[in-house]
Unconditional design. Structure first.
Length: 142
């Protein structure tokens, strides 16, 4: 089992190329992103007051970016919590495996992109917080 804590989660400063006609941020596996990219997905049209997430991953690592608008990422390692407000397209939040995450407080028109280390695999998800706490504490029944 991976022993990670919310202190392992951190904001990454992504490179910015600033031009009068607009800015650009490009990222590469193993450079700005601390793992090999296997999947990219985005979320949008989140109704006001709704949230996303509410799960942890057994193996998957992520970098979460608010590419438009803003939202809050609440992280939990089973014993501590930490929150990050994402509101800059050049900031990415690194989330290692075995960290519970919830996304909330979306601004109108908020769009997020997730860069992931693994392809989608339902077995990698832990969608029940109590089960997450049991697995995080080192129980072998999961």
């Amino acid at each position: 089992m991976t022993h990670t804590s919310v202190s392992d989660c951190r904001l990454l400063e992504l490179p910015r190329i600033e031009r009068p006609q607009g800015n650009l941020t490009a990222v590469e596996s193993g450079r700005e992103i601390p793992f090999a990219l296997a999947r990219v997905y985005y979320f949008y049209d989140i109704p006001g007051g709704e949230g996303r997430g509410g799960h942890a991953h057994r193996q998957l690592e992520q970098v979460i970016v608010a590419v438009m608008g803003s939202f809050e990422v609440v992280l939990d390692d089973g014993s501590g919590r930490r929150s990050f407000r994402l509101d800059r397209a050049y900031h990415g939040l690194y989330v290692p495996p075995m960290i519970w995450r919830e996304l909330e407080g979306f601004s109108s028109g908020g769009i997020g992109v997730v860069l992931a280390s693994e392809r989608y695999l339902e077995d990698d998800y832990i969608r029940d917080y109590d089960q997450f706490r049991v697995q995080k504490s080192g129980s072998s029944d999961g």
